[in-house]
Design a protein around this ligand. Sequence first.
Ligand SMILES: Cc1ncc(COP(=O)(O)O)c(C=O)c1O
Length: 373
Amino acid sequence: MKVPFYGHVRQYESIKSEIDAKMQEVIQSGQYVQGPMLKKFEQELAAYAGAKYAVGVGNGTDALWLTFMSLGLGPGDELITNANTFFATAEAIWIAGATAVLVDCDPKTKCLDPEAVKRAISRRTRAIVPVHLYGQCAPMPEIRAIGDEYGLFVIEDNAQAIDARGDSFRIGEHSDAVCISFIIQKNLGTYGDGGAIWTNHQFVSDRVKKLRNHGSNKRDVHSPGFNSRLDDLHAGILSAKLKHITEWSDRRIEIASKYTEGLKGCDFIELPYARPGYRHVFHLYVIETKNPADRDKMLEYLVKNGVDAKTHYSIAIHKQEGFPWGKPARLVPPLANAEKNASSCISLPMFPELSEEEIQYTIQVVRDWSKSK
Ligand SMILES: Cc1ncc(COP(=O)(O)O)c(C=O)c1O
């Protein structure tokens, strides 16, 4: 049996008529860039998120750095984020010209550790960028409290956690802006690249709208900006998919609980930890081998036996070859939890269209691995 890591085509088949209708609507409208479908999707996204404004951009990385720029963050400013995140979080800080300050994560949730954030604060700190890693919210009330104490912006990297929430808070409630990626494999993904921000600050929305469109919000009137727009075809696809996000997240949660139940008692791995009361939407279901030396062997065993497992992310940002490539960066040790995560993580297949047979087969192959050692 083969269990794929992604189910893009299965998902398309399940809502084909809705997607096709949106694509037709855009094509027939004759307006493909900053047209009516983009406007419609931005309104739908803002309403869904409970935010005043949503702005579509080219991808999740641009969403981050355009937001940083809109807040006036740049050279000389320090932005604190996870050492264990997808590379783009730090990359966006560098694109904005600011300094990436990399700190450790909580050993259980893998999200930003507020104590590590406090230790990292300096005279130059201007913002905190928590990542809702794997689909679970960072502890936003604690992070916002630190931000308020030191007068910092808080920008959420929500590339992985649309539809997640905390025990007493929503994404966006304790920050200045939320940035999201719509790349194919995300929980809300298009057939290509896409991204957006949402915010309650009108000035952030206005500035990002201008920056994404060559510094222009009026024909022929420009100031320096960029080209980073969410195309209307993608907006149409996302508009169709947004209606399904809650049911898809529920299914991910259901699959995660099947994995957790089926893998109970496997003493060679640690299972993902969901904070009580939090809605963890399992963009990824990430286990860790207790012994980092087992990771590559186990990964190989899974793949050889038809389970397409992967790693997110096997090299922490500060361990990438050549780091920091002359870019401004500061490490705040210890980074032991981030490094342990990198050396021992394995992501099991996780998408809403997984079949019961595939879930049970995956569990069996993981369980069998210990016997094969
Ligand atoms: C945590 C995180 N931040 C940022 C990004 C960047 O998004 P994109 O690939 O759309 O630029 C991604 C995903 O790719 C991500 O997982």
